[in-house]
Design a protein around this ligand. Structure first.
Ligand code: SAM
Ligand code: DTB
Ligand code: SF4
Length: 346
């Protein structure tokens, strides 16, 4: 039997993990970790359904922040196609195409430290129009204050993406222009405004396993688990300070997914950036470990994502089908079940 939406039981989700305890999860034999993660996954979700989002960079490059991984920072010498905030028509056309292609959520990213008032006004209108197409909306615009989160919520924004990126301890090695607390403050505003939180991080930046455990602890110990947890594998872009970091062990990446699933059993764990460098077999292990969301479409923000045909073939090989809508109403319960309608179009 297949169901589109998870049937969450009212279980007590934990928010009191210690780093040592989570390191012990990581340190288990691979097969034991996978078994535990798969049990959690099956208990909460249909293991053969993956939620599909499409990304669009609505404002690219020229960002004043100095995030070491990011091709869009003015601090790095990367050749990106810099452009100001896109016109409404262009954005709506991209959203319609994404919908036709089977995406249930349209995620829009802007390379800002925070949105300035004139841009913010435009962004609010963009949310209203995309929402009117019948899609879930997600935005990632940098830091927001309380009033901005309330306005976005009123406009119909479903999700806000704002990543912690790494552990508190390693953060200063990667970003110096804003603090960990700045990130947490924006996340609290988003939560208080009643939007769903999309928050995760990046692995493969030279951090330790302890850092990875500590980042997951930060996420799981938030007052409420983020509804969506993107786990990005660093895309090494020439011209960024992290372009020469050693390749990351694929099985350690799978462990990261599995531990995220165990800590946040009712969250959508997103296999995010970095799929272009992953084999089908590695992605299959990620789905087995509990990943159940991903970006679909040839482009992430500035870097490539696997071609749509390649992902369609992967889904066919694995017998995976896309989720149309999550219909998740609270952290602990999800009552809505709906007929599966989504298909992947090329
Ligand atoms: N400027 C906003 C912000 O930082 O919140 C939104 C856009 S930013 C590009 C969104 C996220 O993309 C980052 O937090 C980071 O996790 C991810 N990201 C950026 N560059 C990446 C890369 N080269 N590899 C993997 N993930 C990356
Ligand atoms: C997230 O965690 N990953 C996405 C989305 N949220 C906005 C972005 C990935 C960006 C990868 C590098 C690029 O394409 O510029
Ligand atoms: Fe700017 Fe976001 Fe890139 Fe950092 S990750 S440089 S804030 S666009």
């Amino acid at each position: 039997m297949q169901t589109d939406t998870p049937n969450f039981e009212k279980v007590q989700l934990r928010h009191d993990w210690s780093v040592a305890e989570v390191e012990n999860l990581f340190n288990q034999p691979f097969n034991d970790l996978m078994f535990q993660a798969q049990q959690e996954h099956r208990h909460n979700f249909d293991p053969n359904r993956v939620q599909i989002s499409t990304l669009l960079s609505i404002k690219t490059g020229g960002c004043p922040e100095d995030c070491g991984y990011c091709p869009q920072s003015v601090h790095h010498d990367v050749d990106v196609d810099v452009h100001a905030l896109m016109e409404m028509d262009q954005i709506l056309n991209a959203a319609k195409t994404a919908k036709t292609n089977g995406a249930s959520r349209f995620c829009m990213g802007a390379a800002w430290r925070y949105p300035k008032p004139r841009d913010f006004e435009k962004v609010v209108n963009i949310v209203k129009e995309v929402k009117a197409l019948g899609m879930e909306t997600c935005m990632t615009l940098g830091m927001l204050n309380k009033e901005q989160t309330q306005e976005l919520k009123a406009a119909g924004l479903d999700y806000y993406n704002h990543n912690l990126d790494t552990s508190r301890e390693f953060y200063g090695e990667i970003i110096t222009t804003r603090t960990y607390q700045d990130r947490l403050d924006t996340l609290a505003h988003v939560r208080d405004a009643g939007m769903s939180v999309c928050c995760g991080g990046i692995v493969g930046m030279g951090e330790s396993r302890t850092d990875r455990a500590a980042m997951l602890v930060e996420l799981a110990n938030l007052p409420k688990h983020p509804e969506s947890v993107p786990i990005n594998l660093l895309v090494k872009v020439e011209g960024t300070p992290l372009s020469e970091v050693a390749d990351f062990d694929p099985l350690e990446f799978v462990r990261m997914i599995a531990v995220a699933r165990i800590l946040m059993p009712q969250s959508w764990v997103r296999l995010s950036a970095g799929r272009e460098s992953m084999s089908d077999e590695m992605q299959a292990l990620c789905f087995l470990a509990g990943a159940n969301s991903m970006f679909y479409g040839d482009q992430l923000l500035t870097t490539p994502n696997p071609e749509k045909d390649k992902d369609k073939a992967l889904f066919a090989r694995l017998g995976i089908e896309p989720v149309k809508s999550e219909h998740k109403d609270t952290e602990h319960s999800c009552k809505g079940k709906q007929k599966h309608e989504a298909v992947l179009a090329s």
